[in-house]
Write a protein that binds this ligand. Structure first.
Ligand code: NAD
Ligand code: TYD
Length: 366
């Protein structure tokens, strides 16, 4: 990774990615560097979820600059925008795990709401000084979640962009608040914003506190696969590279001020997800006793306020912008499991909190 600063006089103006050392931000940056010319500035606070080792394999002359900092640090962000004059800000930075938000919501309010507010103010100040084409081309893209729409009944249609926000968890409520701010900054100040609301992602580099990587690490460690409640809660799963291509598509062609729902039309119950992971592991790394990893499945206490069902109607981004997911759930899950199997060092490293203490995942010491 280059440590030289990307400046406003560089040929193609950079994009500023916040939270780029996390799961989706990392995948976004690695994909972007393969296909796009604009340099990237990655502003990340490096919480437990951020990992700069994710970029250790990229070529040393890649046009990427890392800034260690908080989206809520107005002085830092203002100076950065003035120096680098990015053509866009993509806000991936967030506290992102529902269970953590239930245990300790304060950071979710600070980063997801106050941090986004401060970033929006810096973006507005910057954009209002831009002239001509530079101002017209500028975009602020908010990366958000389907969880803002709350929980669906079995008979209800998948979420559309017009659905009301009925968030259930502190995480979802903080993301909903941020989405409202983004919309208001467009309506009130004219800031050129775009918002994506995406369903559950899975793929490489996901921190093993979320369902799919947690189940993989638990299975390989011979431990219980803890399904919350009856395991019949369902989510609409999307391979992370497909989310990244959706964000790129919206950035390049989305209509200003619009919201785009992104999903994989892959509604599955948690139990089915865990069974599918076990089937891939049984084929790839059979247990020495010849039993299936399914033997390790167990039911644990349900999450408070646990949303029963999420499903996304992504027809707007498909018909307006021509985006569609490329990965099937089966192929995406196989790739994901294989990635974790070949990157056990990464998995082991992510078990260490920055302080060196072992991370406790949802009450499980793994
Ligand atoms: P993640 O938790 O893996 O990564 C978040 C990143 O943000 C980390 O690198 C962290 O260090 C950084 N960060 C946290 N607070 C910060 C701050 N104050 N300033 C700067 N950086 C900060 O999250 P993710 O799964 O990659 O999610 C990225 C975005 O996508 C989030 O906004 C999330 O709400 C959204 N999203 C996630 C999913 C999913 O399934 N993971 C689905 C839809 C939308
Ligand atoms: P998660 O990956 O935390 O994503 P989200 O809560 O944002 O949807 O969880 C996905 C689903 O899996 C959710 O319904 C909760 C469930 N779950 C379990 O059953 N066991 C677990 O250990 C975890 C982490 C999640």
């Amino acid at each position: 990774m280059t440590v030289s600063s990307i400046n406003s006089h560089d040929k193609e103006r950079p994009i500023l990615v916040t939270g780029g050392a996390g799961f989706i931000g990392t995948n976004f940056i690695l994909d972007w560097l393969k296909t796009e010319k604009a340099p990237i500035i990655n502003l990340d606070k490096l919480t437990y979820a951020g990992n700069l080792d994710n970029f250790s394999a990229i070529s040393p002359d890649s046009m990427i600059e890392f800034i260690h900092g908080d989206i809520g640090d107005t002085e830092l962000v203002r100076a950065l925008l003035e120096r680098a004059r990015p053509q866009a800000i993509l806000n991936f930075a967030a506290e992102s795990h529902v269970d953590r938000s239930i245990r300790d919501p304060a950071e979710f309010i600070d980063t997801n709401i106050v941090g986004t507010f401060k970033l929006l103010e810096c973006a507005r100040d910057h954009w209002e000084r831009l002239r001509g084409e530079e101002g017209r081309a500028f975009r602020f893209l908010q990366v958000s979640t389907d969880e803002v729409y709350g929980s669906l009944q079995p008979s209800q249609d998948p979420f559309r962009e017009e659905n009301a926000f009925v968030p259930s968890s502190p995480y979802a409520a903080s993301k909903a608040a941020a989405d409202h701010l983004v919309r208001a900054w467009h309506k009130t100040y004219g800031l050129p914003v775009l918002t994506t609301n995406c369903s559950n992602n899975y793929g490489p580099y996901q921190f093993p506190e979320k369902l799919i990587p947690l189940m993989i690490i638990q299975a390989l460690s011979g431990k219980q696969l803890p399904i919350y409640g009856d395991g019949m809660h369902s989510r609409d799963w999307l391979y992370v590279a497909d989310h990244c291509s959706a964000v790129r598509t919206v950035l390049q062609a989305g209509r200003m001020g619009e919201v785009y729902n992104v999903g994989g039309r892959n509604e599955k119950t948690n139990r089915d997800i865990v069974l599918a992971i076990c089937a891939v592991l049984d084929a790839e790394v059979p247990r020495v006793d010849g039993e299936s990893y399914c033997e390790q499945i167990g039911s644990v206490q349900d999450r408070p306020g646990h949303d029963r069902r999420y499903a996304i109607d992504s027809s707007k981004i498909e018909s307006e912008l021509g985006w569609s997911p490329q990965e099937t759930f089966e192929s995406g899950l196989r790739k994901t499991v294989r990635w974790y199997l070949s990157n056990r060092d990464w998995l082991a490293g992510s078990r260490q909190a920055p302080t060196g203490t072992e991370v406790n995942f949802n009450g499980l010491q793994i």
